[in-house]
Design a protein around this ligand. Sequence first.
Ligand SMILES: [Zn+2]
Length: 422
Amino acid sequence: MKIRFTYHAHLFLYFMAAISCKSSTGVWQGQGAIQEVTTTNKPIQLQYKGTQDIGKGIFASNDYEGARMNGISLSRDTLITVLITPENTTINPSPWYAFKVWADEKKGVTMRLTYPEGTYHRYFPKVSRNGEVYQNLDSTAYRADTQLTSNGTYRATTVDLSLEIGPDTLWIASQELVGTKHVEDWKDTLLSHSYIQKIKTGESHEGRELEVLKIGQGEEKQMLMVMALQHPPEIPGYLAMKAFISTICEDSSLAAEFRKKYVTYLLPMANPDGVVHGHWRHNRGGVDINRDWKAFEQPETRAIRDFMEKAVQESEGKFIFALDFHSTWEDIYYTINEELEGNFPGLVPQMIRESATLLKDYTPNIRASPGMESGVTSNSYFFFSQGAEALTYEVGDNTPREFVKEKGRATALKLMEILVNQ
Ligand SMILES: [Zn+2]
């Protein structure tokens, strides 16, 4: 059976804002200022999900959680063209792709990844033979035709992957896939600790539970909030969060003392529907939920806000720190302007500075969050509404995963040290 895909180009003709810039010193300056946008529900284009027989004994599928493949065709004998499109118009160019391919017999093929006009390739391909363990594609099998774009950066509109396919399925994805099952399994492991409990806060658009883990036996007077995956493709941020939380949960006297004095609340996957649907950025309401922390039009943001407000009300305590994990082009910390004082002035800069001393040859890139006054991000809600010292912890798309873990651990160690010794 052959299914033809059509895609409505007019839906996706948009111009990207400047996406990144470097200063004359070569230090990445981060993304442009955050704009306030409307966050009421918008329609999204759902993918056709299924297995495609594309001819010559070659098959491909996007029929699994987190997959994204909006069209595929055999262009020549061994050239397979894949179309990747966003869920709706997007404000951030993060083309997520994930699919699997196999063939009746072994053959070499070229897979060409293509995107809507005005969108560029971003994620270096990862491959897997079992759909669980991914590694970078061999760089010699990767060719990107880059061109100079209007904002002065080089980007590729299409990339070619040289692949050996055959009866064994080959999985291809933008980043290591982290699905809801992975997160649930990890949460179950954490829940084996007597000092961790789960708390239901609400549901996503599609009814997925937004469950918060409460870590620690403290009096709930001094609380921390940790969150990841507001944006589905931002797996490196998720991996940093895991390392951070694992350190807080480890069997050491520092961690035990920290857990006695403080309570940490964790929401590991803030946008589960977006992850399940393989979205580039938005939730099932077609909205970037990290722009909804002022209007609170979306169930995910409302659930966390209500949870935090209730926690403060019931404990008569306060959130002293909040940490939101993301990924972007390079590692960067978006902080609150240091002149503004929250519930623990100086905590964030001290934690970043001291954690950097644990890492070899590492100079942290720190920037006050641009556009923070607009108050639409989680970070600005945490700080301006809750008084929590807030940090958006951004991990580079290609930051080596061992370093991601080391830095997440170093951050937790220094945070605990500062808070325990205060
Ligand atoms: Zn993000």
